[in-house]
Design a protein around this ligand. Structure first.
Ligand SMILES: Cc1cc2nc3c(=O)[nH]c(=O)nc-3n(C[C@H](O)[C@H](O)[C@H](O)COP(=O)(O)OP(=O)(O)OC[C@H]3O[C@@H](n4cnc5c(N)ncnc54)[C@H](O)[C@@H]3O)c2cc1C
Length: 432
């Protein structure tokens, strides 16, 4: 097994590090204070080609894989910045590249690669459905060569800073579906035009961090059928390719944050002298940082494995989810070790620890709560229960297994009922 990075990967890291050096702590601190979007940073990232990293070369992109994109994202966060301001342009590619038509790719990708357009908004979450994505209600109704979309989305980040929106909407009512993972479809929406025409109203949501997230109110929005990505009704399956990419990139943001905390805190602990010696010489300060470092290194291996599988078009749901889980936890351990090492100074804005602390906390909850990741591992990797959690990347085999288990259970109950041994049940009702 070869764990060394290629020369190309090392040069990606060093180029991104140099770019980030032009955007020091004060830049991010001031944006955080003013709740401003890092327009200058995103422009620089685009001009350098990093936001087109995953776009194939024939469309003017860099043609890199997710393993390389992961390094770009990790370096941004390790430098003290926050890749969340621009990461969607990378993970939305998971769906667009694998399921978009040649016509769609030809229409959008060259302009995205050049930086003429931004695809920075990903519209999945809804207020009532929450983590249960298969329950979303935003409805896309087919009328001739168009869809008319109505509904509401919540926590849709960067909608005010993106030209396009990758939107998940329902095309078949939930109650009419046998397989609840069907009936959803993905659309590329011209967000700027929709907002200008009053078909999408964007309402910013203030949060504990500088994240530019919003609510979207969608009212009779017309989208050409040619902007549907992939098959109608298969949107949930198509979006999983973006979710897996997103998990790998979120793991990378976590790893970058974690490295930042450990490096900064180790340096601070070596220089801060109390009781006549550097605080870092006390095991109570040193060990949590050492522990965090070890956990980050381990999570990094899982991230690399997930990225390798993704790039080789192999199944990677389990690994992408585990990478997200382990890296976000490791980063959070590092954040706590760092704030302890800094003592009172960890709470002072000028040290940036509290800002990164807030940013890192999000990664335990979004884009998927770690409970849901554990539920995915428990149910779909270990097969320990039959309830489905739709935000996870459900495998078809696991779904089939669950349906068969439910059918078997139902048959058993009916069999017992017919013999007067079981609960009273209606054996005629359908079993999925
Ligand atoms: C700053 C921010 C930015 C975001 N950006 C985007 C975006 O750009 N696009 C987008 O589509 N979404 C976005 N989201 C939404 C995010 O993906 C959701 O918040 C997340 O998926 C959880 O959904 P929810 O908030 O509705 O929580 P709920 O589904 O209500 O869950 C609440 C809590 O209960 C836990 N929980 C739920 N069900 C179970 C269960 N069965 N077992 C155990 N625990 C459970 C969850 O893990 C969570 O911790 C963003 C969120 C935030 C906060």
């Amino acid at each position: 097994m070869d764990f060394t990075r290629t020369n190309e990967q090392e040069s990606i890291r060093s180029a991104v590090r140099s770019l980030c050096a032009q955007f020091p702590d004060e830049y991010w601190r001031e944006l955080d204070r003013a709740s401003d979007y890092p327009e200058r940073f995103v422009r620089a990232l685009t001009d350098a080609g990093w936001l087109g990293a995953l776009i194939p070369t024939e469309y003017g992109g860099a043609g890199l894989g997710i393993a390389d994109a992961a390094l770009i994202i990790e370096e941004i966060n390790a430098s003290g910045g926050n890749a969340a301001v621009a990461h969607a342009q990378m993970y939305t590619m998971g769906t667009v590249l694998r399921h978009g038509s040649d016509e769609q790719k030809g229409r959008y990708l060259p302009r995205l690669a050049k930086g003429e357009l931004r695809l920075q908004a990903f519209g999945v979450t809804e207020p009532e459905a929450g983590s249960e994505t298969t329950r979303i209600k935003t409805m896309a109704t087919r009328r001739g060569d168009r869809y008319v979309i109505n509904g509401k989305k919540i926590f849709i980040s960067r909608a005010e800073h993106s030209d396009l929106l990758l939107l998940l909407a329902r095309t078949t009512p939930y109650d009419e579906l046998t397989d609840k993972t069907r009936g959803l479809s993905v659309f590329i929406v011209d967000l700027r035009a929709a907002v200008a025409a009053g078909r999408i109203v964007v309402r910013p949501i203030e949060t504990m961090l500088n994240h530019h997230t919003t609510e979207l109110f969608i009212d009779d929005l017309e989208v050409p059928a040619s902007d549907r990505v992939g098959e109608e009704g298969m949107g949930f399956r198509h979006i999983i390719d973006s979710w897996n990419a997103e998990r790998i990139l979120i793991a990378s943001e976590s790893l970058g944050d974690g490295r930042w905390f450990v490096e900064r805190a180790a340096a601070y602990a070596s220089g801060r002298v109390v009781f006549g010696r550097p605080i870092g010489s006390n095991q109570g300060v040193q060990f949590p940082l050492a522990q965090a470092h070890a956990r980050l290194e381990a999570a990094s291996l899982m991230r690399d494995k997930a990225a390798w599988l993704f790039d080789h078009a192999r199944k990677c749901g389990a690994e992408a989810n585990m990478a997200k889980l382990l890296a976000s936890q490791a980063a959070w351990d590092a954040a706590n070790a760092a704030i302890d090492a800094y003592g009172g100074y960890g709470f002072a804005r000028e040290y940036d620890v509290e800002r990164k602390f807030r940013e890192t906390r999000l990664l335990l909850v979004a884009p998927i709560g770690n409970n849901l990741v554990l539920a995915y591992i428990g149910q779909h990797v270990l097969g320990t229960a039959a309830r489905s959690t739709s935000r996870s990347s459900i495998s078809r085999t696991a779904c089939r297994r669950q349906r068969k288990m439910r059918r078997d259970e139902r048959s058993r109950t009916c069999w017992l009922a017919r013999r007067g041994a079981g609960r009273s049940v209606s054996c005629a009702s359908s079993v999925r």
